[in-house]
Design a protein around this ligand. Sequence first.
Ligand SMILES: [Zn+2]
Length: 59
Amino acid sequence: MRVSNIKIIEDNVSSVSCSGDSKTGAHPQIFLKVNDEDGSVECYYCGKKFIRKSKFKKK
Ligand SMILES: [Zn+2]
């Protein structure tokens, strides 16, 4: 897992879209639902992890 590939999102965000980036390579755009329990979701294409602001600070 690429732990360095993390994107912080706002706390009120319930879903994110990902289509890759220049580092990991592009992939078809997908939409991911943020897990309410841990406030994060990981893209299964490129491994990018989206974490809600408040959850990220607590770690
Ligand atoms: Zn992705």
